[in-house]
Write a protein that binds this ligand. Structure first.
Ligand SMILES: C[S@@+](CC[C@H](N)C(=O)[O-])C[C@H]1O[C@@H](n2cnc3c(N)ncnc32)[C@H](O)[C@@H]1O
Length: 307
C-alpha cells in the first residue's frame, strides 16, 4: 500500500501535544501511522505511545510498520475505551492525548467498506466490522421517518424527507445493497447542481449513525480528561461541524469553574475547572496544505490543557 493517507495538520498538532519527550502519550486514531511516526520522531528512548484504531486493516498495517519500535503499544479498541486501555497499561495518566477524527483516505477508497459514494462497493460503512448493523441494514429496515431524521440530523441535508421517501419506495421493490444503488436513488431526487454535496452529506449521516460517532466522541472526551495529567494537552482534529461543535462545547464547559445562574451572590455549584482552552479559535491548515491535500480543507484543530 503506497500513499494510503496524508496526515493533516501534522506538525501543528504534534507541536501542541508533546511537552515531555520521555512521557506517555495516547493516540486515539492510529490510522496508517502518519501522526504516530511524527510523535515517535519527537519522543526520547523512554517515551511511550499507546495508540488504537477500531479498523482492523489499520491496526494490522501499523502492527507491522512499528514492530521494531518498543515504545509503541497498539490496540484494536474503540477510542472511547481510553480509560480501560490506561488501566491495561498500568498507567494512571497520559502526558498528552491526540485524536485525528473521521476516516482515512484508505478507508474512503476501499471497495470493501462503502464509505464513499465515489467508490462502487457494498453499502457497509462500519469502521468496526464487529458492529451488527451496516448502512444497508439501516436503510432497508428502519422506518422512513427515522431515515429522514438521521439524514437531516447527521448530514444537515435539507432534502432528507424526499430522499428517505425515495429510499422507502425503492426498497419496497428490491433491497438496496450497494453505494451505486443509493447514489442512483439520491440522484433521482436531487438537483444535479447540488448532487455531490448532497451525496457527501447522506454518506456522512449514515457513517455517523452506523458507528454512533457523536456519542462515542463525547464519551472519549469525557474519559480522556480523567486520564490526562495536569499540564497535559488534549489535541483534537475534526472534519465536520457536528464533531467540531462537540469538541468546542466540551472544552468550553470544562473550562468553566462555576455554572451557577447569573445573579447568584455566591457560588453554590461544585463545578471544577478541568481544562484550560489553548486555542480560542481553531487552528486550520495553511493554503499550501489544502492545495496539496484536499482532505485537509475542512480540518479544525482544537487544543485544551488539563488544569
Ligand atoms: C483520519 S484517520 C487517522 C489518520 C492518522 N492520523 C494517520 O496519519 O494515518 C482516523 C482513524 O480513526 C479511526 N477511528 C475512527 N473512529 C474511531 C474510534 N471510535 N475508535 C478508534 N478508532 C477510530 C478510523 O478507523 C481511522 O483509521
Amino acid at each position: 500500500m503506497t500513499n494510503i493517507h496524508t496526515p493533516v495538520l501534522l506538525k501543528e498538532s504534534v507541536d501542541f501535544l508533546i511537552s515531555n519527550k520521555n512521557g506517555n502519550y495516547f493516540e486515539a486514531t492510529l490510522g496508517f501511522g502518519g501522526h504516530t511516526e511524527e510523535i515517535l520522531s519527537r519522543l526520547g528512548k523512554k517515551g511511550m505511545l499507546v495508540s488504537t484504531d477500531v479498523d482492523l486493516n489499520a491496526f494490522t498495517f501499523c502492527k507491522e510498520k512499528f514492530k521494531d519500535d518498543r515504545r509503541v503499544k497498539l490496540y484494536n479498541f474503540n477510542f472511547s475505551l481510553i480509560d480501560v486501555i490506561a488501566k491495561i497499561e498500568s498507567l494512571e495518566f497520559f502526558d498528552g492525548i491526540i485524536a485525528d477524527l473521521g476516516v482515512s483516505s484508505y478507508q474512503l477508497d476501499n471497495t470493501a467498506a462503502g464509505f464513499s459514494y465515489r467508490v462502487s462497493s457494498v453499502l457497509d460503512l462500519r469502521l468496526d466490522k464487529n458492529l451488527r448493523k451496516t448502512a444497508a441494514d439501516f436503510i432497508n429496515n428502519e422506518p422512513e421517518e427515522l431515515i429522514a431524521d438521521t439524514i437531516y440530523k447527521y448530514g444537515e441535508e435539507k432534502n432528507s424527507r424526499k430522499i428517505a421517501k425515495q429510499i422507502f419506495q425503492t426498497r419496497n421493490r428490491k433491497k438496496i445493497e450497494t453505494t451505486d444503488e443509493l447514489k442512483d436513488i439520491i440522484s433521482s431526487v436531487t438537483n444535479p447542481k447540488y448532487l455531490n454535496k448532497t451525496l457527501s452529506r447522506v454518506f456522512q449521516a449514515l457513517r455517523i449513525y452506523v458507528n454512533d460517532e457523536l456519542k462515542i466522541l463525547e464519551s472519549f472526551l469525557k474519559n480522556s480528561v480523567s486520564v490526562l495529567k495536569k499540564g497535559g494537552r488534549l489535541v483534537v482534529i475534526s472534519y465536520h461541524s457536528l464533531e467540531d461543535r462537540i469538541v468546542k462545547d466540551f472544552f468550553r464547559y470544562e473550562n468553566l469553574s462555576c455554572i451557577c445562574p447569573s445573579g447568584i451572590p455566591i457560588c453554590v455549584c461544585d463545578k471544577e475547572q478541568r481544562l484550560k482552552i489553548i486555542t480560542s479559535k481553531p487552528v486550520v491548515p495553511s493554503e499550501k496544505e489544502t492545495m496539496i491535500n484536499k482532505r485537509a480543507r475542512s480540518a479544525k484543530l482544537r487544543i485544551a490543557e488539563r488544569v
